[in-house]
Design a protein around this ligand. Structure first.
Ligand code: NAD
Length: 323
């Protein structure tokens, strides 16, 4: 079918930022190579396919693949209209170890300038302090956030957020930072088939006027047939349960990836959910799964196909319940 008849992913407001982001965002962490080898042409085609399906939100970090993700995403985005893209990157995390975190004002400022260069752009729509719990939270509040506010005043950064795993770290920073200093929170692995703990924090975040980005709908690859990467933090029992769920889904003619996305995209209360993708095929599959989760029908031109898809959706709901 032609591009005009392909249903586009809807967009939602991201907190009070004024940004409108697609319900599924493109997670560029796997472009760094940490989930397996990445074919550069395929990755660029994935970014372009996502944009064609209505994805306007792209998420990266200098940490992903030691800057490779940013460089590759910058290359891919060069071919797209910059003013229709919401581009997010991060500061403060540059490696695996404690000494690879630096939320000092000087490093944060230098990091933004380096990211602008790699991403081949003159402004970053959103910059998060990356994985704040590994840094000094008071340094995040007293140095990183003021440095990002200064970059905002210069027009180099449009909006500021924080990311991390433990939900308590968000409360700590948000309760200490001046109002408006943190506009967005990125939480990962807490709104997926095996963990919905982010739901408990949503009322607090809403009261603070903070936009919420949920990341890792597939639990950082754990809810995939291929399974999680070696470095994934899940304990053996959880890995085994996820593998069992994937096998059960397959035995019922379903893909665990599609079921995981259906579950994640039916969760209320978040503006957008990031999914890491490296090929156009993954993009197509995932866009279909998200449209199905949201109850958005295929184009009327393909009536037979739409009816078939709706039948599949009912079967998928039954399988998701079983998993
Ligand atoms: P994810 O749960 O989105 O899973 C990504 C994995 O799933 C990759 O290996 C990918 O190849 C695979 N996958 C995706 N679609 C598939 C399909 N249809 N079939 C088979 N496999 C498929 O995990 P993620 O990438 O870590 O999270 C999404 C994004 O959120 C990241 O890329 C990153 O941008 C962001 N994120 C940020 C933080 C943070 O700030 N601390 C943490 C985690 C994620």
């Amino acid at each position: 079918s032609s591009a005009a008849t392909v249903p586009q992913l809807p967009k939602r407001k991201l907190g009070n930022t004024g940004l409108e982001v697609s319900v599924m965002g493109f997670g560029a962490s796997p472009l760094g190579g940490s989930f397996g080898p990445v074919d550069e042409a395929g990755a660029i085609a994935a970014v372009h396919a996502a944009f064609a399906a209505g994805v306007n939100f792209f998420d990266t970090s200098p940490y992903y693949g030691a800057t490779r993700s940013e460089t590759l995403l910058g290359k891919a985005l060069k071919d797209l209209p910059r003013d229709q893209i919401v581009l997010a990157t991060k500061v403060g995390r540059y490696g695996l170890n404690v000494e690879d975190f630096d939320f000092s004002a000087a490093r944060v400022t230098a990091s933004v300038h380096d990211s602008l260069e790699r991403l081949q752009t003159d402004r970053l729509d959103l910059v998060y302090c990356h994985d704040v719990e590994f840094g000094d939270l008071d340094q995040v509040v007293n140095e990183a956030l003021p440095a990002l506010a200064a970059l905002k005043a210069q027009g180099l950064v449009r909006h500021v957020g924080i990311s991390g795993l433990p939900l308590g770290a968000f409360r700590y920073v948000l309760d200490k930072a001046p109002p408006g200093a943190v506009e967005v929170v990125l939480s990962y692995c807490h709104l997926c088939l095996n963990d919905t703990s982010l739901q408990q924090l949503l009322p607090y975040l809403e009261a603070k006027g903070v936009g919420v980005v949920a990341a890792s709908a597939l639990s950082m690859g754990m809810l995939t047939k291929a399974g999680p990467p070696e470095w994934h933090p899940a304990p053996p029992a959880l890995r085994a349960a996820a593998a069992e769920a994937a096998a059960l889904a397959e035995s019922r003619g379903q893909r665990i990836e599609a079921l995981g996305l259906r579950f994640a995209f039916k969760q209320p209360g978040v503006a957008t959910t990031l999914v890491g993708m490296t090929t156009p095929d993954m993009v197509t599959q995932n866009v279909d799964a998200v449209l199905a989760a949201l109850g958005i029908k295929k184009p009327a031109a393909a009536d037979g196909e739409a009816a078939a898809a709706n039948g599949e959706a009912a079967a998928a709901d039954a399988a998701a319940d079983a998993v």
